[in-house]
Ligand binder design. Structure first.
Ligand code: TA6
Length: 279
């Protein structure tokens, strides 16, 4: 297993695609098929350090998204993205698709941050499409609630020439001015910082880039978070080298869409991303 700075990662290469997945955070930070552009943005100044989230790829925000509502001194976006996961298996399903399974279980360290027993299973399918299947299991003797997100950083040509389709008519919370129940009248264009949670989505969302469309299909969640920090906020983030060449479109369960799991219950969030070349 190769190492980048301080972090071990799994390197996958098959006849269709290649990918790199750090064990810390079960964090995929590179994915590319043979005939297409790199899918995931990775900041030039991203940290590959123990206990720090990688700026780019797909951070796993779990068991809470954003600030912890009860204690804002706890880590933003939970602890899954900075915990060391276990590599269970890598299997070639065919010569064009590889499945990688990583797991994370509760420990005394996670109990200090969140007092529940759990098991997380994350399956990556590396092929013509990129698919992530995240299963959360309650192994505790009491129910718990989760908010979560697959905080995907998509690499794009230019944020000012990018649009997002599929969220028209949806209600959203605007974090930039802390207002709820805004309605998205048309497709999304970017002129400044955007930080929004769209609710009751339930359909595919598409990023329209210069030469390709990125189609995001989610099962098991109804919230989509859209984030780009814009110029000013980016200049304050030392591990973010550029705001123009990425947009985050995150498959999430937040606000009214949080998940409550009873004893022994489990819940699965699936994200499938396909890249279509524009003719
Ligand atoms: O998903 C959007 C967001 O919650 C933003 O508010 C922004 O702060 C971003 O995530 C990055 O969070 P991080 O903790 O990775 O710096």
């Amino acid at each position: 297993m190769p190492i980048r700075d301080e972090l071990d990662y799994i390197n996958i290469v098959n006849n269709t695609a290649k990918a790199k997945i750090a064990l810390q955070g079960a964090h995929i930070f590179d994915f590319q098929t043979k005939d297409k552009k790199r899918l995931l943005y990775l900041s030039d100044t991203a940290h590959f350090k123990k206990g720090k989230a990688i700026r780019g790829g797909i951070p796993i925000c779990w068991p809470w998204f954003g600030a912890n509502e009860e204690d804002n001194t706890l880590p933003n976006h939970g602890f899954a993205r900075t915990s060391l996961w276990k590599h269970e298996s890598t299997k070639n399903i065919s010569d064009v698709e590889t499945k990688v399974r990583l797991t994370l279980e509760s420990t005394p360290e996670t109990h200090a941050l969140w007092p529940f027993d759990f098991l997380l299973i994350l399956d990556f399918y590396i092929g013509e499409e990129l698919k992530l299947v995240l299963t959360s299991k309650n192994l505790d003797r009491k129910p718990f609630s989760l908010s979560l997100a697959l905080h995907t950083y998509f690499e794009i040509d230019d944020i000012y020439k990018t649009t997002i389709d599929g969220l028209e008519g949806k209600a959203f919370y605007n974090k930039c001015n802390n207002t709820h129940n805004n309605i998205q009248n048309e497709n999304i264009n970017f002129t400044q910082e955007v930080d929004r949670v769209y609710q009751e989505v339930g359909n595919d969302v598409m990023i329209r880039d210069k030469e390709q469309n990125l189609v995001i299909k989610t099962e098991g969640s109804n919230s989509i978070v859209v984030w780009n920090p814009g110029k000013e906020l980016c200049s304050k983030m030392s591990d973010l080298s550029d705001y123009r060449t990425f947009v985050c479109v995150e498959s999430a369960n937040v606000l009214e869409d949080i998940v409550t799991l009873g004893v022994d219950e489990s819940y699965t969030l699936t994200l499938t991303i396909s890249q279509k070349i524009e003719n």
